[in-house]
Design a protein around this ligand. Structure first.
Ligand code: CP
Length: 310
């Protein structure tokens, strides 16, 4: 059967229908089993290539896209930002068009500018996958987060309550997660300092809270976000210490969280700010599962878009 995602770009969750998301998550479950049963089973080399254009730092997304591509036998080129002609004044759009002229089969793009992968997808003829753009979107993170939630809650996920804590205003992870979970009918609320909640947050279909201690015991999924200091101005919270005391997953707060809840964080964690070591080591933490699920979701996505057998 032809893949539903064949030759398509993925810029945000809004590119996917609810049916496509459900189908994808089901396929991801099967693929994870296949990978775990036989982790050394890499596909033979194929004549398809992907270019990673990461113009912003990344550990998890970049490494898992690269390892996923290798698992599928793709030829991968990593465009080194510091050695690219961007350093000589070339725009990202010209760079992308020049790379596309080399005839790769896909571009995977991370950029600090919201909308850059979308604009590039309009300029080139190959599929573009958004690996995170500015405040806007991080669709593969949202897919792997939903997959991780579904691993715990299965078909009952839509009866569960998700809380996203922290710097919602600057978070592409929050936006893509809210969009995706809304499509799956899952209830999402947000909590953080008023200065880090976007002005029209309610329009995203979430309830907004400011006092974490009053509500934290109500939730089944607690997702802490990184304080994105590189995108904030210096007046948004008094200090990271103050932030942690009000919104961090501290030892005291762990005691208030449901025993059956799970703790998520997209990474990178500012240890001791959003999550202390007690939270990362807590048996409810699924942070490393999220990272591992990154391989599953991205392998599946690349295989579906490129029509490569996994
Ligand atoms: N979650 C995430 O996007 O992490 P990286 O910035 O390390 O890719």
């Amino acid at each position: 059967m032809t893949s539903r995602l064949k030759d398509r770009s993925l810029i945000d969750v809004s590119d996917l229908t609810t049916d496509e998301i459900r189908h994808f998550l089901k396929q991801a479950k099967d693929l994870k089993k296949k990978i775990l049963d036989n982790p050394d089973n890499y596909s033979p080399p194929c004549n398809k290539s992907a270019v990673l254009m990461f113009f912003e730092p990344s550990t998890r997304t970049r490494a898992s896209f690269e390892m996923s591509a290798q698992r599928l036998g793709l030829r991968v080129m990593n465009l080194d930002y510091s050695g690219s002609s961007s350093q000589k004044g070339e725009t990202i759009f010209d760079t992308a068009q020049n790379i596309a002229a080399l005839m790769p089969h896909m571009l995977i793009i991370r950029h600090s500018g919201s909308g850059v992968p979308y604009q590039i997808s309009k300029l080139v003829k190959v599929p573009v996958v958004n690996a995170g753009d500015g405040f806007h979107a991080h669709p593969t993170q949202a897919l792997l987060d939903a997959f991780t939630m579904q691993e715990t809650f299965g078909d009952k996920l839509n009866q569960k309550k998700v809380l996203i804590i922290g710097d919602i205003a600057h978070s592409r992870v929050a936006r893509s997660n809210i969009l995706l979970l809304n499509k799956l009918g899952v209830s999402v609320d947000v909590c953080g300092p008023p200065t880090l909640i976007p002005p029209f947050a309610n329009e995203l279909g979430v309830q907004v809270f400011f006092d974490l201690d009053k509500i934290i015991s109500n939730y089944d999924v607690i997702m802490a976000l990184r304080m994105q200091t590189e995108r904030q101005n210096s007046f948004q919270v008094p200090s990271l210490k103050e932030y942690s005391s009000r919104f961090g997953l501290t030892q005291e707060r762990l005691a208030k969280i449901k025993e059956t809840a799970i703790l998520l964080h997209p990474g990178p964690i500012n240890r001791g700010v959003e999550m202390g070591s007690a939270a990362t080591d807590d048996r409810r933490s699924r942070v490393m599962d999220q990272v591992q699920n990154g391989i599953v979701v991205r392998t599946l996505l690349l295989s579906e878009i490129l029509g490569v057998q996994v």
